[in-house]
Design a protein around this ligand. Sequence first.
Ligand SMILES: *Cc1c(COP(=O)(O)O)cnc(C)c1O
Length: 422
Amino acid sequence: MNDTWLARARRVMPGGVNSPVRAFGAVGGEPPFVTKASGAFVETADGETLIDFVASWGALIFGHAHRPVVDAVTEAARRGTSFGLPSVAEVELAELIVETVPSVEVVRMVNSGTEATASAVRVARAATARPKIVKFEGCYHGHADPFLVKAGSGVATMGLPDSPGVPAATVADTVLVPFNDLDAASRAFAGGDVAAVIVEPVAGNMGVVPPDEGFLPGLRELCDRFGALLVFDEVMTGFRVALGGAQERYGVLPDLTCLGKVVAGGTPAAAYGGREDLMRRVAPDGPVYQAGTLAGNPLAVAAGLTTLRALQADPGVYDRLETVAATIEEELRHGLARRRIDGVVQRVGSMLTLFFGPERVRSWNDAAQVDRERFARFHRAALQRGVLVPPSPFEAWFVMAAHEDHVDQVVSALDAALGEAA
Ligand SMILES: *Cc1c(COP(=O)(O)O)cnc(C)c1O
């Protein structure tokens, strides 16, 4: 017998993957190895066709291999894959980001969300000349050292390293607070020295956890009162929960915004931006150093520009995404009720998560209560019926415009999977 792709992959890559969750550790079984994808579907090396809700972890909003994006990237490649010099399309993309994201006046392109958050925090620390960052338990801001800290107790706690290789000193200035807990956030300021609060305005990396009413405005007010900066990590929510992101949807303006995923239309790029006076501190306008050999890469810029222009030209797309996602949410909710399975479906726009167990998830402590075993059974049962939901109970499922034509199939497969997981 020939080796499976997984066996070959494991020999030469940690876990056989280039990002941990792809290894399917939380659900068991072997991850599908993709050969190609189109619209709502991915095709695997085993010849299966799956309706995909991973959607490149939210980077895809129209669908896989969306024709205008593929054409734009192909055309861009013919004109050169990288210049290391300023290019025309970068200016157009930056202008479009500034036009669409309410709080962004000046923007810098980078290569990943991880870079965007690390850079935004550097700017915040430089601008305030303070060291501390307030971060919420269960929020993910990429894998840069200062953010790799796990949940502490209910009160604001000084962070301890979450990963070997992260020196305690690197996270000593990261203050952890439970999501949706304004009192704890306010206590975190009491110690002084807070440069910034960084938050996913809709948490999406512990499953979808919407902000309580008043949470985001409360953070805005705390930051203003203490002279700290508010950083929205909209790597996931940007251009997804509204064209202008969560800041448009909830009407709260941060000082700095991190973008990724949709902004690059399924290619490797991201961005950070915000108030002009802050962003002018970035080199070469100012002294805060941050650079990138491939930043503003023409292939990524072409994919991003085409995606954002398509979203801007079709504002109804957000209503359509909402409708599809709401249908899936309702059907799952009915399925849970009908089978008397404890759990809840939480959704904001086209991001949703089915949590088995808790009645409501407002924070990481709630999310941690989920029935992981039941989720694993559900995941495998859905997969057997041709629907790929993200392989972890703590992830958002992403609806793409391409799902619109396949809702019935999705709903009946997920319902049958619920039956099997019951
Ligand atoms: C995905 C994500 C990141 C990290 O982006 P990468 O491109 O994977 O480095 C950061 N913040 C949030 C909110 C994300 O969802």
